[in-house]
Every structure is written in structure tokens, then in C-alpha cells.
Ligand binder design. Structure first.
Ligand code: HEM
Length: 223
């Protein structure tokens, strides 16, 4: 049963709807980022795509590790499905995109470092804050991520290794998975104060992603 909260001026909305609606403008900005539209439009060089993928490695090291640490948490644990883990897929992708010894050849940009550090700190200190970033990244990957993966496949001629990050092979229906995740968001026993803090943290996550896209755009050449 969805827990519903009366929000002034918005009627009664389940929390999952509030998260989506209240970050709609942030999402539109993320979709319109030059780096993202260059990737979708086939204008990003293969090296640029490799640099992007290397930034994801640092981000998902923090995300996957946070999930492993918090899986026993009574409130956020049920969201942390191990089928979401991206570490193995990213390792295969980087082997293809960067080549052997990739671990020693990739570096996090300052914006990536800041986001990964934030995620790791929250996993230690505030599980629901960690979940804000978990929602931002994994639900995004299961949605617009599909568009990015198809674009990369087309532009760089990659069929498997190189674009495994975008495939959640163990999750047959992204739609069902997201519906289940949204039900968990609606049912979690957070106070209104906590919900406000989570919303602010999702918005911060979008800004941190935006900063990474901007830095990436400056760091890589177009195709
Ligand atoms: C070309 C780029 C993108 C496209 C085309 C796109 C498209 C979409 C679409 C169609 C949905 C709705 C899916 C559904 O209702 O099941 C969605 C959801 C979402 N996207 Fe994106 N997206 C893009 C980029 C991003 C980026 C860069 C982020 C994060 C940094 C992001 C985060 C999210 C999140 C968190 C959701 C889940 C919203 C919810 O249902 O609660 N997206 N995206």
C-alpha cells in the first residue's frame, strides 16, 4: 500500500511521484547537457566515450560498495538489488575501451571524485541519503541509459564488451523493476523532514552529475 503525504499545493502524492516531479527540471537539464547530446548524437570520439566510462568506474565503485555495506539496513536494504551492480560490466567495458592495464591508466576528474566521495560518506553516515544517489543513477541507467547505450553501440560499433554497463542482463523487465522500486519508495517509513532531505539530495546528485558532464565536455574532443 502506498504511503501518501499531503503536500501543500500538490494534493496527495506518493513519494515516488514527488521525487520524479520535483526533479523534472534537473532531469531535463541533464538530458540537454552538451556531453550527453554529443554522445546521443554520435559526435563524441571513442576516446571521449572511454573517458566517460572510466568516470563511471569510480562512481560505481562507490555505489556498489555502498550497496554491499547497506544490504542489511532495514529501510534501504530492500532497494539494493545486487543485480544492479555494475563493477564487473564496467571492468569488461574498460578492458575493451582503454585496453589492458586500464586500472593504472584511468583517473577520476575532480567532479567525479567529489560525487564518489559524497556517495561513500553517505553510505557511512546516512543510508537514505546514499539511496538518493542510488535512485538517481540506477533508475536513470534503466531509463535514459538505454538511449545512451544504443547510441554508443551505433557510433562505436560495439555489440557487447564496451557497452555492457548499459545492459542489465539479470533484470529482464526494466519497467517492472522500476515499478517495484517506486513502490518501495512509497512505502518506506520516512518522516516528511527526511523526505525533504532525500529530495534535496537527489537534486544535489543531479547537480553533481551535471558538473561531471561539464568537466567531461571540457576534457574530451568531439569525434
Ligand atoms: C539522453 C539522456 C536521457 C534520456 C533520453 C532520459 C530519458 C529518461 C526517461 C524516458 C525516463 C522515464 C522512464 C520511466 O518512466 O520509466 C527517465 C527516467 C529517469 N532518468 Fe533519465 N534520461 C536521460 C539522462 C539521464 C541522466 C543523465 C540522468 C542522471 C544523471 C537521468 C536520471 C533519470 C532518473 C533518476 C529517472 C527515474 C525517474 C523516475 O521515474 O523516478 N537521466 N529518463
Amino acid at each position: 500500500m502506498a504511503v501518501e503525504i499531503q503536500v501543500q499545493g500538490q494534493g496527495t502524492l506518493p513519494f515516488s511521484v514527488r521525487v520524479r516531479e520535483e526533479t523534472r527540471a534537473d532531469h531535463e537539464r541533464a538530458e540537454r547537457a552538451t556531453f550527453v547530446s554529443d554522445l546521443v548524437g554520435g559526435r563524441l570520439s571513442r576516446d571521449g566515450f572511454a573517458t566517460f566510462t572510466s568516470q563511471l568506474w569510480f562512481l560505481y565503485q562507490a555505489l556498489d560498495a555502498g550497496a554491499a555495506r547497506l544490504r542489511q539496513d532495514p529501510v534501504v536494504g530492500p532497494f539494493l538489488d545486487p543485480r544492479l551492480d555494475r563493477g564487473a560490466a564496467l571492468a569488461t567495458d574498460l578492458e575493451t575501451l582503454v585496453g589492458s592495464g586500464w586500472q593504472d591508466r584511468i583517473r577520476p576528474l575532480p567532479s567525479t571524485m567529489a560525487h564518489a566521495t559524497r556517495i561513500a560518506t553517505l553510505a557511512d553516515e546516512w543510508p537514505a541519503g546514499y539511496l538518493a544517489h542510488h535512485y538517481l543513477r540506477y533508475l536513470g541507467d534503466l531509463s535514459g541509459g538505454k538511449v545512451l547505450g544504443k547510441a554508443a553501440q551505433r557510433t562505436y560499433g560495439l555489440t557487447d564488451a564496451g557497452v555492457r554497463f548499459y545492459r542489465f542482463e539479470a533484470i529482464p523487465s526494466g519497467r517492472e523493476f522500476k515499478d517495484h522500486y517506486r513502490r518501495l519508495l512509497d512505502q518506506a517509513p520516512w518522516s516528511e523532514d527526511e523526505r525533504q532531505r532525500i529530495l534535496a539530495e537527489v537534486a544535489l546528485g543531479f547537480r553533481m552529475s551535471g558538473a561531471m558532464f561539464e568537466e567531461l565536455a571540457g576534457a574530451v574532443d568531439a569525434a
